[in-house]
Design a protein around this ligand. Structure first.
Ligand code: SF4
Length: 89
């Protein structure tokens, strides 16, 4: 979990990003040069031992900014909408 955004959780101390530059996980936009930054951040997430609780936390918190659990904010919005559709079916 990004250092400056730490909340009280039991999984955060095992995060792969705790020693990374937090700015890596907050690209400006999602086009052009930001795409390379997004992929670099996701690469860190893909090897993170706590990717699942991180993503669950970001979805539950409706975290609107940054890369969490190898997802962008747009990807998390799609996941939330899909979960709502599934729940309504
Ligand atoms: S999944 Fe990514 S953002 Fe989440 S704790 Fe791991 S490295 Fe950090």
């Amino acid at each position: 979990m990004h250092r400056e955004l730490r909340t009280v959780t039991h999984w955060q101390d095992r995060s792969a990003c705790r020693r990374e530059d937090p700015e890596l996980f907050f690209p400006i936009g999602d086009t052009g040069p930001a795409l390379a930054q997004i992929e670099e951040a996701k690469d860190v997430c893909r090897y993170c031992a706590v990717i699942e609780p991180c993503l669950e936390w970001a979805l539950a918190a409706q975290e609107a900014h940054g890369i969490w659990g190898a997802t962008t904010e747009a990807e998390r919005r799609r996941l939330r909408r899909a979960a709502i559709r599934t729940a309504q079916a």
